[in-house]
Design a protein around this ligand. Sequence first.
Ligand SMILES: [Zn+2]
Length: 473
Amino acid sequence: MKKIVTLATLSLGMATPAHAGTTALVGATAIDGTGTAIEDSVILVDEGKISCIGTADDCKVPKKADIVQLAGRYVTPGLIDAHVHFAQTGWLDGRPDGLNAPDIYPYPETMAALQADPGRWHRAYLCSGITSVFDVGGADWSVTGEHATDTDRPDRARVRAAGPLITHASEYNANYVADGHPEFAPFLPFDTDDEVRAGIAHLQAIGSNAVKVWFLKPKPERREELENRLLLTGQLAKQAGLPLIVHATGLDEAKAALRAGASILVHSVDDKPVDAEFLDLLKANDTVYTPTIVVGEGWLRAMAAVATGAAYNIDDPGKCVDDAIIERIVTPERLKGQAERLTPDYVVDRALAIGREQAIMAHNLRAIRDAGGRIVTGTDAGNPLALHGASIYWEMEAMQAAGMTPVEVIEAATIAGAKAMGVDGETGSLTAGKSADLLIMPDDPRKDVTAFRLISHVMRKGTLYEQHELQVR
Ligand SMILES: [Zn+2]
């Protein structure tokens, strides 16, 4: 006789571990990033992988299988956040280039605490339904740490990591290294060709999965020099066998990145509408575009909280945000007076600028979607109020509000993200042979991606968790 495991009997506060036998998820509507759906589906899971997915005729349930009845529920692949930073907290204490408060939150202490417990972000990701992440910038430990090198396991999100950013904005390094802790500096210099060669050699030596350039708007007198160096960086990255990832939020800088062969743009173009030249370059390169629509608003809300002393109302439906970070977010008054520019007028000016940028970002996202560009979901988690895990809902809903359909957003947050990370052979879709990384929810996400706020279960590598087991509170 088959053992019937209902959702009720799974509510025992214990994860169902991947085991020698088969787990059969029966009766749900299985949805992929492709827009195709299987009603009344059967998903068989063996040894951490999907062994069969289809109808009851396609996938015969073995007699000894553990059966999980899911009639009326929806199953999707686990979410992928293709832009996170393990070496940032989600608050201003992790960004001394933005607000330096060494007496309140000494950066080396913040960094040491993050390095000591990167598991907090793994917990936040799984709790939020995120089963893979791309860490696109941080100190060496963000690549070499065991949290990033041993992630093919059910208690962690799968990680790829780029490591330190190559940038000409080296003046920002001062706030990171002035305290005598160069090991925590997230930047490599970009002021000579030899520096770039040395930087890429360093990234190769530590095992980075990409070369990331932080290409802030150059001063006019340096533009030609730096664009040429970006071209060289693209060539050297290619020789090293590493994809080139570029932070470039201006249209001119983004085009320079595309000419250099960028595989991924990690942000929207937010200063001007994209033009035909940009779209042609993007398509010719097959470059991935990560809109990160909400991170600027997160910065604004964090600055406003400090300027006014009124705490941000944390949006964390799954109760996944790390307690130590919440404690800092709800006490913004500690940072009052730490940055003279944080006046009410400054906040108003930034709010107007962010509103304009968001309108341009939405326009550009639609233009890239209409041109058939590759769009991937990324939150920039770790930046102020871009909270690890929880911010994925905010970002997906912003993509939907900008004009993408829910199915397009699901694709961007699953299979497209897996391709961007180079892990689509392992995850990103409900496909036999791939890791059993999937989510169960009561509402249909094809109607509205807010359905992901209410996930009831997360399966990572065949281990099925009730969402409440993963909550931190
Ligand atoms: Zn970032």
